[in-house]
Ligand binder design. Structure first.
Ligand SMILES: Cc1ncc(COP(=O)(O)O)c(C=O)c1O
Length: 307
């Protein structure tokens, strides 16, 4: 594991012309499988699993879930069991390379119907799971819980933490919540949701509220937050030629690999934010949250080159 992850200074023309110093926190380099924000979100879940003397972790994911694969790899590395509940009872462990790899890493895979998968946040359903899989710690899809959030606080602790802006891609909001908790008051966090019509602020408030933060503290934190909600390029896992063209340009100039699901959208949103808001003479951090395996698969499909 490469921890702390490296920080790279990039030299994009648009940034240099504006005296913007742009750094990239390369969490994508932490580990081949437990890459990007995955280790950040799993670290304290694994520690809690151990501390509470559970035998292992039970979690959820779709057919191509990076979170399932990262959980399988992390549990194997830490010597604990893993169970993955996979959306789609038509699937099996040979259905694709990612599920195959999960099984090879020792994850017990259970394929459940979409109806059952829809219950994954319900308390009663968790109670049933605990009876069916005794002594397993239930971790939400995407590692989206308190332990995931505090693990993500460690990203900024590995930097000088003196930026004017921090940019990050947003899915469940776990990573952005962790970052927001760990930046100084003068820093602005700009989060880029990759889901269309996503209530990012509402979701972040829920995450903080659920973690026990009083509403006054939550409101203070929200002052430092900006959500860029118009760079989802059609919604989750959607992309178009404009996005891929710009990702190719960025890769040509910086050699920083991006993926069209998360980091590509966030990076392009960051460059547009700098232009639109006429940002000058600023120090900016882009948190690279990984996703390179998914990006490589799309590169192969489209014949493009951005990683
Ligand atoms: C590569 C990548 N970037 C960003 C995110 C979004 O992180 P979060 O769900 O913590 O908001 C994810 C999802 O976990 C991801 O896989």
């Amino acid at each position: 594991m490469q921890l702390p992850s490296p920080i790279e200074k990039t030299h994009l023309r648009t940034c240099n012309n504006r005296d913007v110093k742009l750094f990239v926190k390369r969490d994508d380099l932490i580990h081949e499988l437990i890459s990007g924000n995955k280790w950040r979100k799993l670290k304290y879940n694994v520690k809690q699993c151990r501390a509470m003397k559970y035998e292992g972790i039970l979690t959820f994911g779709g057919a191509y879930s990076n979170h399932l694969l990262a959980t399988a790899a992390a549990c194997k590395q830490e010597g604990i069991k893993s169970i993955g509940l996979v959306r789609g009872d038509e699937l099996h462990s040979e259905s694709n390379q990612m599920l195959k790899q999960c099984a090879e890493l020792g994850m017990l895979l259970e394929f459940i119907s979409r109806e059952e998968y829809a219950l994954r946040h319900e308390k009663e359903y968790h109670e049933e799971l605990v009876l069916k899989f005794p002594s397993k710690m239930v971790v939400p899809e995407g590692g989206a819980n308190y332990y995931g959030m505090i693990g993500c606080q460690e990203i900024m602790a590995e930097t000088d933490n003196d930026f004017d802006f921090v940019f990050v891609a947003q899915g469940t909001t776990t990573t952005s919540c962790g970052i927001l908790l760990s930046i100084p008051e003068r820093t602005k966090l700009v989060a880029v949701p990759v889901l269309k019509g996503f209530d990012a602020e509402g979701e972040m408030r829920r995450m903080f509220n659920y973690s026990g933060f009083p509403s006054e503290i939550i409101e203070d934190l929200m002052v430092q937050l900006t959500i860029v909600s118009d760079h989802h390029f059609g919604g989750y896992a959607k992309y178009n030629d404009e996005l891929l063209d710009r990702m190719e340009q960025i890769f040509d100039e910086t050699s920083i690999p991006l993926d069209p699901i998360y980091t590509g959208k966030a990076f392009v949103a960051m460059l547009d934010y700098i232009e639109t808001n006429n940002v000058r003479d600023a120090k900016i951090l882009f948190v690279h949250t990984g996703g390179i395996a998914g990006g490589k698969a799309i590169e192969k499909e489209t014949g493009r080159r951005f990683s």
